[in-house]
Design a protein around this ligand. Structure first.
Ligand code: MG
Length: 282
């Protein structure tokens, strides 16, 4: 009985392996054996399509060495925070040194110091970021662990394009304002929140908007976002900058912008960040 089960399993495995393999190979003509002759030898008509016609050899993708785990920065990443210092960041309000708390390899929002943003400007990029709502979080609705990843910071305060950060693990708010939403523009496709006290990840692909010389919109912004590995935004086309009241609009042209982390004014306990890196896609 055992041997029979093994045979069935082996047979099923062979079939399973054969399926993806055959999917990568051109279908053989009916009746063709292993020794099928190449098209020329078979007398293919001159000018007939050849497999070489659709095989591209340049440009060769650059070699990138991945991190030891997928959350670690690959070899071509710009590390924005590795737990050692806040050197890549400044205060949004006056561009002085970022005043958030650094301890045990983690930076924690200092609400009195306000939001921080990168010294560098970015256009299109891939970002990895980890955040943690404190286990002792209090508050409700939007006043519970509120922060935000501004994919482009276009000015002081909350100016820019915000991917919301919030604790809605077991806390209700409007769905286009929960974690993983493009704030007030796009409801996340799922709610993969981990409970407060656990680290959570964002992996985001940002395509910045572009503008014509007269300031009018040339191409809109797009965002694809994974939240704890779950797709929550699938190439969403933004309607403009994030606004709290009113309708979004592309009314502040820019060419490259810092990435901003929000110090939200609610009274709940401040959240923390670690392991932030970016790969430019320009
Ligand atoms: Mg926010």
């Amino acid at each position: 009985m055992r041997i029979q089960s093994f045979r069935i399993l082996a047979c099923a495995t062979a079939v399973a392996l054969a399926v993806p393999l055959s999917a990568q190979q051109p279908a053989a003509p009916q009746g063709a054996g292993r020794q099928a002759a190449p098209p020329a030898a078979r007398g293919a008509a001159p000018g007939a399509p050849k497999h070489e016609d659709t095989e591209v050899y340049e440009p060769v993708p650059p070699v990138v060495t991945p991190g030891t785990v997928d959350s670690a920065p690959p070899s071509d990443a710009i590390v924005l925070f590795d737990g050692k210092n806040l050197d890549q960041w400044v205060s949004v309000k006056d561009k002085s040194a970022a005043g958030w708390t650094l301890a045990d390899g983690v930076m924690t929002v200092n609400k009195a110091a306000g939001s921080i943003e990168t010294k560098r400007k970015f256009k299109n990029y891939q970002i990895h970021l980890e955040w943690r709502i404190p286990a002792n979080i209090t508050g409700t609705d939007q006043a519970r662990g509120n922060s935000g990843l501004f994919l482009a910071s276009t000015g002081p305060g909350d100016a820019g394009y915000e991917l919301q950060i919030l604790d809605n693990y077991n806390s209700k708010t409007y769905v286009n304002g929960q974690a993983g939403s493009v704030y007030k523009q796009s409801i996340p496709l799922a709610n993969p929140n981990r409970k407060p006290g656990e680290w959570q990840t964002y992996d985001v692909i940002w395509t910045a908007p572009t503008f014509n010389a007269d300031g009018s919109l040339k191409t809109p912004a797009f965002v694809t976002a994974f939240f704890n590995g779950v797709l929550v935004q699938n190439h969403f086309q933004l309607q403009g900058e994030t606004v709290y009241v009113g309708k979004p609009a592309y009314d502040k042209p820019f060419d490259g912008a810092p990435i901003k982390l929000q110090a939200h004014g609610d009274r709940s306990e401040p959240i923390s960040f670690r392991n932030i890196w970016v790969r430019e896609l320009n």
